[in-house]
Design a binder for this molecule. Structure first.
Ligand SMILES: Cc1cc2nc3c(=O)[nH]c(=O)nc-3n(C[C@H](O)[C@H](O)[C@H](O)COP(=O)(O)O)c2cc1C
Length: 409
């Protein structure tokens, strides 16, 4: 029988400079709550104040785009020289209330940009997305050397602005099939220059993004990464590749590694393929293997629902923090409840309109949760029984026909 010496409310010392007040980590959820100029709205401020009050230890923002010309979704936040930094300051201030760490997730979507947003997305190589995504996403153009360095500079620039705004750390989004992940994947990166081919070349982009950020934010500011355990696609980024990338990033000094998996083509992060049958989180078996090879702090995200499952994962030492996304959209006070009752369990109901095609077309697994975020942003309580049909109708109303083009896995 396992001795649970680590509790959910046990603080975690990340390094000499940062201590996280408990083991609960809010994973990024793209909020779709930006202004037309792609600045944070006051609704976003309310949402993060609510999460901070709910007891979360480390709260990751939804993905913030580093390049204004490369949005993954229509209402993404962008952080660059044109941004209104005062609004970002209010957002960071709310997110760090109650001694909460609030970090900014930085992303570039690469070719995972729907074609109603951009006709010609960029990527490491001109290779189309498959698995039914051909209609919604155009074939990308391969980046040239100068453009690659420009994007690396944009990541670093956004990180510095995030620090100036008052976020207490940043995370590079290198998972889920976006640009950094495209560079890592032999399926998507077929370049024959220094950025492609061998794993050493494929990881050059992420390592340069990391070093460029570090050079701007200094050694004491936390820099994390969200990385796929694998892409779960033929000829894609494998577990073996991922372990070597973790090793290189650990050597380079990354502060925290969040483990996820999958891409738009194969959305394993939402649990459609799991790496384990016996534990409630999807990527714990992979994290066990990682733990044997690195001392860098780890957070596993995907599938955690019960205080018991979370405590078991922490005490197995597979992970240092517990990543939670969808449960926090339905109950922002969940961290306080989990820490108060070690039998607490959240049940998320299976979302369906009864018609699989509509569920897929409406991306219920994303849009239904976005509607909960929108409610919290308006100071309303989330609605666990929000009807799938109502969510579907709201999606049509908000975005018309574009709503039914593939957006995100
Ligand atoms: C509405 C929504 C938006 C998401 N946006 C992001 C994002 O911006 N960045 C990211 O890394 N993951 C994003 N994810 C994935 C989550 O961070 C997480 O990996 C996934 O939901 C599995 O965790 P869960 O089972 O706790 O929900 C999103 C998920 C949802 C439901």
């Amino acid at each position: 029988m396992q001795n649970n010496t680590i509790q959910l409310n046990t603080p975690f010392r990340l390094n000499a400079h940062v201590c996280i007040k408990n083991r609960l980590f809010k994973s990024a959820m793209s909020e779709q709550l930006a202004t037309e100029q792609h600045d944070p709205t006051l609704g976003l401020v309310t949402l993060y104040r609510t999460w901070a009050a709910g007891g979360i230890g480390l709260c990751m923002t939804g993905n913030i785009m580093v390049d204004r010309d490369a949005l993954g979704e229509p209402k993404n936040v962008v952080l660059d020289e044109q941004s209104n930094l005062e609004l970002f300051k209010r957002w960071a201030e709310a997110g760090t209330e109650n001694n909460t760490q609030c970090w900014a997730q930085l992303n570039h979507p690469g070719k995972q940009i729907p074609n109603f947003i951009t006709k010609e997305p960029v990527a490491p190589s001109a290779i189309a997305l498959e698995n039914g995504l051909e209609k919604g996403f155009n074939v990308p153009r391969a980046l040239d050397e100068q453009e690659i360095w420009e994007i690396i500079g944009k990541f670093a620039n956004s990180a510095l602005l995030a620090k100036k705004a008052g976020f207490t750390g940043v995370q590079i989004h290198a998972a889920h099939g976006y640009l950094v992940s495209q560079f890592l994947s032999p399926r998507h990166n077929r370049r024959d220059d220094q950025w492609g081919g061998s794993l050493e070349n494929r990881m050059r982009f992420v390592l340069n993004v990391y070093h460029a950020i570090r050079a701007k934010v200094g050694t004491q500011f936390p820099v994390a990464i969200k990385l796929n355990s694998a892409d779960f696609m033929k000829d894609g980024f494998s577990e073996e590749d991922s372990m070597q990338v973790v090793s290189a990033l650990s050597d380079a000094g990354i502060d925290l590694i969040e483990v996820s998996g999958g891409t738009y083509e194969s959305p394993s992060m939402m649990g459609h393929k799991t790496s384990t049958k016996t534990r409630e989180a999807y990527f714990l078996d992979y994290a066990d293997k990682l733990r044997a090879t690195t001392n860098t702090p780890l957070v596993v995200t995907g599938g955690f629902r019960s205080a018991k499952g979370m405590a078991e994962a922490l005490n197995s030492h597979a992970t240092d923090l517990v990543g939670l996304a969808r449960p926090l959209a339905v109950d922002p006070d969940l961290p306080n409840k989990l820490m108060a009752d070690n039998q607490y369990k959240m049940v998320l109901r299976h979302l369906t309109t009864g018609f699989k095609t509509i569920d897929k077309m409406a991306m219920l697994n994303i849009t239904w949760y976005e509607h909960q975020l929108e409610r919290i942003a308006k100071n309303k309580a989330p609605k666990a029984n929000l009807s799938e049909w109502l969510s579907f109708a709201k999606t049509i109303y908000a975005a018309g026909r574009y709503a039914f083009r593939s957006r995100r896995a």
